[in-house]
Ligand binder design. Structure first.
Ligand SMILES: [Zn+2]
Ligand SMILES: [Zn+2]
Length: 339
């Protein structure tokens, strides 16, 4: 089958790889859609931890193509999405719905198990979720990044009527915006330097989009609610953005960090102490959040379709990885396979 793979630092390629076959408790999906994620771009740019010819892609959905022994409750042709890992299902982490932190978990698409920039992908039965008929396959491939936003918003313990800042209008910032609105935030001010992303953030329900080099997002929240922001979501992950988030949040507020900064970064604890703020760091999601996201797409509680700005065939993955070094107005780029 055809697949987009990591070759070496800064280089992706489309090659032929062997088709997967399911073992006990596993299924093979025929992939419909797979989103390109910022962490894929990072991994290829840094080239660390990825064996050559790794099939990447961990935001996907497809239809059941082949069932391994012992798999029950799924039929061939049924559309599903999947958590992008296979965990043991038995340990303490798995039993508290935290399969990401299972010591035996194996992730898809980042070097351990093959991902879904491919015609077929192997998944674990326990990681699958069925997609209702009114959730398209393109939306099905958004469940993963949307669940990251939900995980961050859950951690924020938002109160109805809250005023919040979302730093960054990339896919994770936009997912966070959608969920902050859905969970009762009154004012959601998005902070974004790139002008091309303003329109999209407004379409997804932002109260305002502020260029932080010109205006203060925190003051904008104050203008809308009469209070400083109760929560600031850091969805950028470069040096100094965490300190900005700490500066913006109000007394007893909460900073939730979803952006992945790979370098040491300075903060001033005294600022946190004087305002008695909480810092929350999050990674990923759990199955419960995947389920809530699928339900929210099905019942219209969130509408994430505008996040998809580009649809490409798998052959164009290498050039798109190059193009996304300067994303411009692009948000979620999605690989689509002919069905
Ligand atoms: Zn991702
Ligand atoms: Zn486990």
């Amino acid at each position: 089958m055809k697949a987009a793979v990591f070759k070496r630092q800064n280089e992706m390629a489309v090659i032929e790889v062997p088709n997967p076959h399911p073992g006990a408790g596993e299924v093979v999906l025929k992939v419909h859609n797979c989103g390109i994620c910022g962490s894929d771009l990072h991994a290829v740019q840094y080239g660390v931890g990825l064996p050559q010819d790794t099939v990447m892609g961990h935001e996907f959905c497809g239809e059941i193509h082949e069932l391994g022994s012992g798999v029950e409750g799924f039929k061939l042709g049924e559309r599903v999405t999947s958590l992008p890992f296979i965990s043991c299902g038995e340990c303490d982490a798995c039993l508290r719905d935290d399969g990401m932190h299972c010591a035996r978990t194996r992730g898809l698409g980042l070097g351990q198990l093959p991902g879904a920039y491919a015609e077929y992908v192997l998944c674990g039965e326990k990681s699958l979720l069925k997609l209702p008929d009114n959730v398209s396959s393109r939306e099905g491939a958004l469940v993963e990044p949307l669940s990251v936003g939900l995980h961050g918003v859950n951690r924020a313990k938002l109160k109805p009527g809250a005023g919040v800042v979302v730093m960054g209008a990339g896919p994770i910032g936009l997912s966070t915006l959608l969920w902050a609105k859905a969970k009762g935030a009154e004012a959601v001010v998005v902070s974004e330097l790139a002008p091309g992303r303003t329109e999209l953030a407004m379409k997804l329900g932002a109260s305002a989009v502020v260029n932080p080099s010109k205006d203060s997002p925190a003051q904008k929240v104050h203008a809308l609610t009469g209070r400083p922001p109760e929560v600031v979501f850091e969805c950028i992950g470069v040096k100094s953005t965490l300190a900005s988030a700490i500066d913006m949040v109000g007394l007893h507020g909460r900073v939730v960090v979803l952006g992945v900064c790979m370098e040491p970064d300075l903060i001033t604890p005294l600022t946190c102490i004087l305002k008695e703020i909480s810092l929350e760091f999050i990674v990923g999601y759990n199955r419960n959040e995947f389920e809530e996201t699928v339900d929210a797409l099905a019942n219209g509680r969130i509408n994430a379709k505008p996040m998809i700005t580009d649809i490409i065939p798998v052959d164009q993955v290498p050039e798109m990885f190059e193009a996304l070094k300067t994303p411009g107005a692009r948000a979620k780029v999605m690989v689509e396979f002919p069905q």
